[in-house]
Design a protein around this ligand. Structure first.
Ligand code: SAM
Length: 215
């Protein structure tokens, strides 16, 4: 299997679907998505689809990863918080585009696997914690960008509080099945605005400021 060629095809597909940020496309060309999925699934790693990663969770589809990352407008200097580490793939993409990434996963076996995959790529600017990401990570904030990769019933206020002036937060907001990608921007004076973008489907954000159960 030539993963390099498959990755090029995946990136060409992202361009066709409207992703234009060259830094995002470059990051997705460089990160080997196949090491973030089970070996038995590596042949499907570059198709534009989400895949199971165990514990009833999924690695998001490449288009969604690219779209959400593009919405953050990263330049390389940012401190980023990701909630929902899952496989670690999105964290790896963010780590190549920002200065520092803090990522939180509530399911221990997934977090440990993600840590191993990130270490194998020597991504030393990723700090990973096991816990309830709906609380954010106040000790590490404020953050220039926050990315939530699970569906939430609302935008948790504590995440807005942990956003630095000029910061951007992207979060899927909706019901248990369907959500809308939502961009929250805090301007330099601290004024917060909110803009809805496309529809999406994520597994649930479960925690104090998310959904309260797995039902
Ligand atoms: N970003 C991931 C990747 O690149 O593979 C995909 C994330 S997956 C769609 C959603 C993840 O969010 C799951 O691993 C789930 O366990 C996690 N999650 C759900 N609620 C959470 C919470 N309150 N805190 C941290 N992680 C949470």
């Amino acid at each position: 299997m030539n993963f390099e060629v498959s990755r090029k095809r995946m990136v060409a597909e992202l361009v066709k679907r409207g992703i234009t940020d060259q830094r995002v496309l470059g990051a997705m060309q460089s990160i080997p998505r196949h090491i973030f999925v089970e070996e038995a699934m590596s042949a499907q790693a570059y198709s534009d689809s989400s895949l199971p990663i165990g514990e009833k969770q999924t690695i998001s589809q490449p288009y969604t990863v690219a779209k959400m990352t593009e919405m953050l407008k990263l330049t390389g200097r940012e401190r980023v918080l990701e909630l929902g580490t899952g496989s670690g793939y999105q964290a790896a993409v963010l780590a190549t585009l920002a200065d520092k990434v803090c990522t939180v996963e509530r399911i221990r076996p997934l977090a440990l696997k993600a840590r191993r995959a990130l270490d194998s790529l020597r991504l030393l600017n990723v700090n990973l914690k096991i816990g309830d990401g709906t609380e954010g990570w106040p000790e590490e904030g404020p953050f220039d960008a926050i990315l939530v990769t699970a569906g939430s019933p609302q935008v948790p206020q504590c995440l807005i509080d942990q956003l630095a002036p000029g910061g951007r937060l992207v979060i899927p907001v909706g019901d248990r099945q369907d959500q809308t990608l939502t961009l929250v921007v805090k301007d330099l004076e601290g004024k917060v605005t909110r803009q809805e973008s496309e529809d999406c489907r994520f597994v649930k954000l479960i925690g104090r400021h998310g959904w309260s159960d797995e039902a």
